[in-house]
Design a protein around this ligand. Sequence first.
Ligand code: ZN
Length: 565
Amino acid sequence: MREHLKFLNPNLSCDRKASAPSAVFRLENKTGRENTVQSLEELAIDHVRKPLVLAHNECENSDMELPSPEICYRALESRDSRLDGLMFVGVASTGIYCRPICPARTPKFEHCKFFASAAAAQDAGFRPCLRCRPETAPDLASWHGTSNTVSRALALIAEGALDGDGNSVEKLAARLGVGERQLRRLFLQHLGAAPISVAQTRRVLFAKQLIHETQMPMTEVAMAAGFGSLRRFNETFLNLFQRPPSALRRKNSRKLKEHDVQLRLRYRPPYDWDCMLAFLQARAVPGVEMVNGGRYIRTVEIGGTMGSIEVSHLIDQQSLGVKIRFPDVRLLPAIVARVRRLFDLGADIETIDRHLSADPVLAPLVARRPGLRAPGGWDGFEIAVRAVLGQQISVAAARGLAGQLIALHGHSVPKSFRMHPDLSRVFPTANRLASVSSMGLRIPITRLRALKAVAEAALADPNLFRPFGSIEQTVARLRTIHGIGEWTAQYIALRAVREMDAFPSTDIGLLRGVASINGNATSAANLLSRAESWRPWRAYAAQHLWAADGSAICKPTTHAASNVG
Ligand SMILES: [Zn+2]
């Protein structure tokens, strides 16, 4: 944590008086002729293009968390991928913003303005580069800066928390347990853009990705990206790119089976794909998910609509390839957000690994498995049910019970939306499990009651598995559910809520993991106090300890030490 703070320059400032009158902006018109604009006033009456750079020198972004302009520029000159996703550069002479790795010729320093987010660059009037494609930069939403609140807000925005009429920044702030003004201030501080701008930029960039990487008709792209109408979509693109959306489509976009949408989701390397797959394979619920030929395939359900996804590793492109077969394109952003969460694509893994390596116990583990991620879950309720089923039994036994639950209560996926003949059912919803008269599982009565209680709680509160307040508050709220003890609550917080500081310290696999390193058995209390220095990334420390438990790589763990409250 401290490491990257040293790297940031808190004294970044801009001086409107000094920069405005002397600034020279060049704008290219459509014939390629250069217009030299001597002042902001001139710029405002320029007819060639909207006054792109008007907001450019305003001071609203002055607190943005970024390295100094000189460091940013050096990163740009060397096309340094370490800042990819953390820094964007707006080029005043072209009105375009780029990733630091853009292959285009490096612009002059005096034309560069650096931003901590794509939204801030777009807010300042810059439009996305068609060569380096800012929409494909690694999405570091879960890391951004030092603010947990911002990370959590970004996760919710990615799922559509600011899309549609019924949603607002005020509601978003309430869900996060902060005031609306505080949330706006945090966004300006960390991202240099307001929450609404971030949501709008996400929509534009997601639409652009769909245009580039799929053959979806434009009406569907507009719908999928959350634009209210095709007209709004066209207008936005004309404003931003000076051309209709269809003009951005490449001729060689892949043509897939009719329903399929295939996208690339970039991550920040390294990424330990083998461990991720091994973890998911050990827990794969029969009928719902499987690992097959190095790919993860599963059935998915959102709001009663069912389909399938397949995820593979595109190692050369530092991306995961996601194939989606789903009947409703409007749910694509939600599907993509869930895939990102499941595969932990938002992690700034270099920073996390560096932090954990400072501990002598963890250092050799991180060296052995650089880029180890903390797997999330497809759905919060599903993870919670699986956590309860796994209380005090082995991973394999829990997997068997989950399979029975699917066979008894999982709805059947329409044939045309399946990707594998063995994956034909979805995980049952909270509604379904709350209403069945009998679960049909031979497990202790306390566990059956806990399952019922989880289903009822999820039904009563649709935000049960979303972040709310601090990690301690999240865990305390989960523990109010009958049958959810500390271990289960921490496990749910880690995998479902994505609290990256969650740490199930009583887990027997973790305790064995520590013992396997230094040969000494330790207590849960000792482990917990030891873990203080691993904050705010204790979830990754847990993942390394689980992986260290036993000789096989990422051998699945049991958690007999769970305590049922
Ligand atoms: Zn570029």
